[in-house]
Design a protein around this ligand. Structure first.
Ligand SMILES: [Fe+2]
Ligand SMILES: [Fe+2]
Length: 427
């Protein structure tokens, strides 16, 4: 994109770049502007909102060598924390669980984030524990205290679309020098991060809309099948991402490959049971055991789901079809539907089930995530199992229902999975 085409709103003045961009751009070194614009182009390729926020935050932190950061998005007139990164905590044993936070802030002058959303102006704080006396906002120490972290310098910028709409704020924490000592953010950091935030806001708004459309599809399915709630699919997708990431590290996958898969896995995992929309209510909502014929109909949801994504136009469609079709396969070959030669044939599912690594990895991951969540969740027709009973079931099914390597990974990141459960609770 040429610089003259770049239209965004300056967080300081509220003017568009057509009006004030030249002075901002001239204040930045040319190579930093070029870097920001090429990253902004790359952001447009990312489909999933979480992958996008991950990249936006990573790049914003990279400009100022910041140790940590978070993005809050506007939801129901509040700022809801959507994404957190923290290098110090990620390096610590069981520090990663603190990245799944669940809180909202009012848009008012009581917090730094609320104040930036209110004023739509960036804010630099040199030391969060020694705020200037005249300011209205306070620093909330609860995160530092629970995670044993020390916040010092903070840069908070608004995320504003080219049409002047505030969609959230980004906060980056603890800028560092070459020796990794924490230093205050500079005015140039503020300019660079604000400029980048303005460019990223459009991509964020677009990806947010995609996620909302998916969740609406799931809401429609939920009217039909009360098992597949928005909270359930959000949890299954987040568990799947974390299990995949740990698997990919164990299996020495490249960072680019991990990012690419994470981007498509989340949405594809959310849609694992979308084929149930085509199953009769009489079967789906039956109170009591299913007859052999009803069970056969129920099993058909994997085929119906896969058909939805059959005219594949993207990697994302391929993975969604793979997961929809295979998430009831079992490692020992006792699952369904087995090999399918023609997805559109009338009686295309006959078994036997696929076995072991013959089941696509993404489907093996979703199988584990889905069963864990279904057993630990309460439904109208059933109580949840006690957590220990669920964990014992997963241990017992290692090498039977579930891929043994994935079961080991599940237990190695169990604290992160619990934090996810807490973040996406039913409401
Ligand atoms: Fe299913
Ligand atoms: Fe499910």
């Amino acid at each position: 994109m040429a610089l003259t085409e770049a239209r965004a709103v300056d967080g300081v003045t509220g003017q568009s770049y057509n009006d004030c961009g030249k002075h901002m751009i001239s204040a930045l070194k040319k190579n930093r502007v070029t870097a920001i614009l090429s990253i902004s182009e790359a952001l447009n390729q990312i489909k999933d909102i979480d992958s996008l926020l991950d990249r936006v935050l990573f790049e914003a932190r990279r400009f100022s060598r910041a140790d940590a950061g978070s993005i809050y998005l506007l939801e129901n007139q509040k700022l809801r924390i959507n994404f957190v990164q923290n290098d110090t905590l990620t390096r610590k044993e069981s520090g990663k669980k603190y990245l799944y936070q669940n809180h909202s802030l009012e848009i008012n002058d009581q917090s730094m984030a609320g104040y930036v959303a209110l004023t739509k102006k960036p804010l630099i704080i040199a030391d969060a524990y020694h705020l200037p006396q005249a300011v209205p906002y306070k620093f909330n120490r609860s995160f530092d205290e629970s995670a044993a972290y020390l916040t010092c310098s903070v840069l908070t910028v608004p995320l504003i679309t080219p049409y002047g709409k505030l969609i959230g704020i980004m906060q980056i924490i603890n800028a560092t020098d070459e020796n990794n000592s924490v230093i205050p953010f500079s005015n140039e950091d503020e300019l660079v991060v604000s400029f980048f935030a303005n460019h990223a806001a459009t991509s964020i708004e677009k990806a947010k809309m995609t996620r909302e459309i998916i969740l609406r599809m799931i809401k429609i399915a939920e009217l039909h099948d009360p098992e597949e709630t928005g909270a359930h699919v959000n949890r299954v997708a987040a568990y799947a991402i974390e299990i995949y990431s740990a698997w990919a590290l164990n299996n020495r996958k490249s960072e680019d490959e991990i990012k690419r898969i994470r981007d498509i896995l989340r949405i594809a995992a959310m849609l694992h049971d979308v084929g149930k929309v085509a199953i009769s209510d009489l079967v789906l909502k039956k109170n009591g055991p299913l007859s052999a014929d009803e069970f056969k109909q129920m099993k058909g949801h994997v085929i119906l789901g896969a058909r939805l994504f059959k005219d594949s136009t993207s990697d994302w469609d391929d993975m969604a079809a793979e997961i929809a079709l295979n998430h009831h396969e079992k490692w020992d070959g006792t699952g369904y539907p087995g090999e399918i030669t023609d997805l559109f044939a009338e009686n295309c599912s006959s078994g036997p089930g696929k076995k072991g690594a013959g089941i696509p990895l993404a489907a093996r991951i979703v199988a584990l995530a889905d069963v864990y969540d279904a057993l630990t969740s309460e439904r109208i027709y059933k109580d949840s199992w006690p957590e220990e009973k669920v964990l014992q079931h997963i241990r017992d099914q290692k090498g039977k229902h579930f891929d043994p390597e994935l079961v080991d990974i599940f237990f190695s990141i169990y604290d992160v999975l619990r934090a996810i459960k807490n973040k996406y609770s039913e409401n």
